[in-house]
Write a protein that binds this ligand. Structure first.
Ligand SMILES: Nc1nc2c(ncn2[C@@H]2O[C@H](COP(=O)(O)OP(=O)(O)OP(=O)(O)O)[C@@H](O)[C@H]2O)c(=O)[nH]1
Ligand SMILES: [Mg+2]
Length: 199
């Protein structure tokens, strides 16, 4: 597969959202969890801006991802992170107001990739987001990022704690650094419905 990612636009309000012309995959998670890095690892290029300063992105950045040979297309939406401020009370209090309507109403949203850091214990705001997505019947997959930072035993322990704490059956371990888990995540994305060739 040879994917290319083309930056479309940064949206600060629903009027800026691009036409929903292809199945959309949203990247959700706390600031600094590795959303932009994972997006880049999936497409194999530096499309999204990676920053060591958490909370930089306040917009939804849309990318058109395509495989010209196979005639497949998807839109990747890199969302602003939540939960960086230590005093945060809820997700919505610190997330730009247009994120909630995006998640609730975007017709083409096919899959939410919910990222949690494999090195960090379960957090209430991650759990809260997952409950919110479940309540609205959104299709999601939870991935644990930065898995390269830990040994086998620690991995198993942390992933079990995250599954328990977030009340989910399955968490896919991934690393943007080593590309661990990227193939499996692509499989999930394709399942959720990238637009394939029509005969
Ligand atoms: N070791 C390791 N570091 C990673 C991985 N993914 C991301 N990072 C690092 O984590 C930091 C944050 O990565 P980003 O991809 O910018 O995180 P983000 O979730 O997009 O952050 P915001 O846009 O601020 O919400 C950067 O310093 C990355 O290099 C990974 O798989 N392994
Ligand atoms: Mg980012």
């Amino acid at each position: 597969m040879q994917w290319t990612a083309q930056f479309l636009l940064s949206a600060f309000s629903p009027v800026h959202f691009p036409k929903d012309s292809a199945p959309e995959i949203a990247f959700l998670g706390r600031s600094n969890v590795g959303k932009s890095s994972l997006l880049n690892a999936l497409v194999g290029e530096k499309a999204a801006r990676v920053s060591s300063t958490p909370g930089r992105t306040r917009a939804i950045n849309f990318f058109l991802v395509s495989d010209e040979r196979e005639k497949r297309r998807a839109i990747f939406a890199d969302l602003p992170g939540y939960g960086y401020a230590k005093i945060s009370k809820s997700i919505s209090a610190e997330w730009p107001a247009f994120i909630e309507p995006y998640l609730a109403e975007r017709g083409s949203l096919a899959l939410c990739i919910c990222l949690v850091d494999a090195n960090v214990p379960p957090r209430p705001n991650d759990r809260q987001l997952l409950e919110w997505l479940r309540a609205r019947g959104r299709n999601y997959v939870v991935v644990a990022t930065k898995i390269d930072r830990m040994s086998g035993n620690e991995r198993t322990r942390n992933l079990a704690a995250l599954r328990r704490g977030l009340d989910v059956e399955e968490i896919l371990p991934v690393s943007a650094k080593t590309s661990f888990g990227i193939k499996e995540l692509w499989r999930r994305i394709a399942e959720a419905g990238t637009e394939g060739p029509r005969d």
